[in-house]
Write a protein that binds this ligand. Structure first.
Ligand code: G3H
Length: 541
């Protein structure tokens, strides 16, 4: 079957979908979690449509999968009030609880969460078009992240469960919460990336308001009960709706102590500016990126192509860590193009539940048209779409377009496409890709492909100062989650990893006392009689 024929027939009829992947009913969500209650919302709602169309006698119809509340400012402020009250200026039940008790709550949550795996995975497929394999991976990786976070906190707590004596001063140093955290995850990893800030924020004793992304609201819905039942009232609160409506009053209140946001730098800057005392706001941001791949002469082209395919087109290129432009040395450009286009033509495209499917429909409204404009702009400035079917669209599906030769006059050279368009730039002088990174607004990662030790070594040193991860003969990626994930310039603020995130959402605070007989007696008594959660030598195994 030709690509065109397959593309025209890409969407299924309801009967052809295997029963285990069918959504049995529309998820009409009317609830949001505030003060430990699932409040019923009577106001405006937004209908949620899947990127998956269904073949019917009336033609292709986009599948409605549910609806969710479009909260107003008053409802958003009630969530803020609940989080502020639960934190109670650091005197609430949650921020003063022992680390061991907080860990128990989180373990309880993880247990309840795992029971919802099948429904959340199905919703990931229908709501954001992620393949079954990647949806399972997103869920399981998130559960692992929770478990790894608990282990990392136990380690941190063990180290802090001792007194230090220096220059005649006794001290016990621990990490304490910051206050109220606003956590906003992205639509491409609506579960995993939301949880990689939510979980460390919670376990360190902060109270949280979670704004789920659109799309990405419905797949979090099955977890609301688990949040309600696992944490004290007001510790986790959820809000939904238009960011422009519901986030300004939260930020303007000055009561948000930490902003965890994954999205664009423009939105992040707007949010930060709304806070009346910016010095009081800690920001942990994951923003745009335009990670280049650099293919050197003598690179192992089979390995390079397979990593570049994963890097550019996994989940249709909708990853902040995707390789978004490839610089190829002119000495290997012809064989690289040949192998890369052949590899793209072998990628299976279709519905998220199809076995080995790699390319799927795109959830972001208007995205195929945006990508088409980028392709047309590149063609106008001299590039060609070099692969069969490149750039063809059927509703929400966009077949990958490989653009060659790309130059700096084209928008695709510098903007983040966040989709299946692969720009390829030929180069003669290694200064071309190095300068690209120096001049870029972004500084997340780079991938270098080559086999010559000296050439690689000479690139590593300048590039580690442009980005925050240099990948050798490997695609750009965030994982493993124990590695630091961050970026320079417009790509990030703060560093996340299982270990770093605990630090990002806490502040060091200590009790210190001159080594007087009185102080020694006081500390010894408090510790011996377990009178304080902070001043304590108890540790968790
Ligand atoms: O969208 C950005 C994600 O953090 C990427 O994570 O590299 O594991 O796909 P990943």
């Amino acid at each position: 079957m030709t690509i065109l024929a397959k593309l025209e027939d890409i969407f299924p009829s309801i009967d052809s979908i295997p029963s285990q992947f069918q959504l049995t009913h529309c998820l009409d969500q009317k609830e949001y979690l505030v003060k430990g209650n699932l409040e019923h919302w009577e106001g405006e709602t937004e209908e949620s449509f899947s990127p998956i169309y269904l073949k019917t006698e009336q033609g292709l119809i986009q599948t409605k999968i549910g609806q969710f509340p479009l909260l107003n400012q008053e409802a958003a402020l009630s969530a803020l009030e609940a989080a502020v009250k639960a934190y109670d200026n650091g005197r609430g039940k949650w921020p003063t609880m022992s680390v061991g008790q907080r860990i128990e709550c989180l373990q309880d949550f993880a247990y309840r969460m795992k029971e919802k795996r099948s429904l959340v995975v199905t919703l990931l497929m229908w709501e954001i078009g992620k393949s079954y394999k990647d949806s399972c991976k997103e869920f399981d990786r998130t559960v692992d992240y929770i478990e790894d976070t608990i282990d990392a906190l136990k380690n941190l707590d063990r180290v802090s469960s001792r007194f230090e004596i220096s220059q005649g001063v006794i001290g016990q140093i621990r990490r304490a919460p910051l206050g109220v955290v606003l956590s906003m995850g992205p639509a491409n990893y609506p579960l995993n990336e939301t949880f990689t800030t939510l979980i460390p924020a919670l376990i360190m004793g902060n109270t949280v308001i979670v704004k789920a992304p659109r799309p990405g609201v419905l797949l979090n819905y099955p977890l609301l009960e688990a949040f309600k039942d696992s944490f004290p009232p007001g510790v986790v609160n959820t809000i939904y709706g238009k960011g422009r409506t519901i986030t300004p009053p939260l930020m303007e209140s000055g009561k948000i102590d930490a902003l965890a946001f994954i999205g664009t730098s423009r939105a992040a800057n707007n949010l930060k500016k709304q806070h009346p005392k910016s010095h009081r706001l800690r920001s942990i941001l994951g923003l745009e990126a335009k990670n280049p791949g650099i293919v050197l002469p003598h690179a192992d082209l089979d390995l390079t192509v397979s990593e570049c395919i994963l890097g550019t087109l996994s989940y249709n290129g909708q990853r902040c860590t995707a390789i978004k432009i490839i610089f190829v040395h002119r000495a290997v450009i012809e064989p690289f193009l040949e192998k890369f286009t052949a590899a793209v033509s072998r990628l299976k495209f279709g519905m998220p539940w199809e076995e080995n499917v790699f390319l799927t429909p795109i959830a972001e409204p208007g995205k195929p048209q945006y990508l088409q404009e980028l392709v047309e702009d590149a063609q106008h400035h001299g590039a060609q779409v070099i692969n069969e079917g490149g750039g063809m669209i059927n509703k929400t599906f966009f077949y990958p377009a490989i653009l060659y030769p790309v130059n700096d006059k084209m928008k695709i050279y510098s903007v983040e496409q966040f989709g299946p368009v692969v720009p390829i730039v030929p180069f003669d002088d290694i200064e071309t890709p190095i300068n690209y990174l120096v001049q870029s607004d972004y500084g997340q990662q780079v991938s270098i492909f080559g086999q010559n030790t000296q050439a690689i070594a000479q690139l590593v040193d300048p590039l580690v100062n442009q980005v925050c991860r240099v990948n050798l003969n490997s695609q750009c990626q965030r994982g493993p989650d124990t590695f630091p994930f961050t970026g320079r310039k417009d790509s990030a603020e703060g560093t996340l990893s299982v270990h770093d995130a605990l630090r990002a959402f806490s502040i060091r605070t200590l009790v210190a006392a001159k080594e007087l007989t009185l102080n020694k007696r006081l500390i010894t008594d408090i510790v011996r009689e377990h009178q304080s959660n902070f001043l304590s030598t108890d540790f968790i195994l």
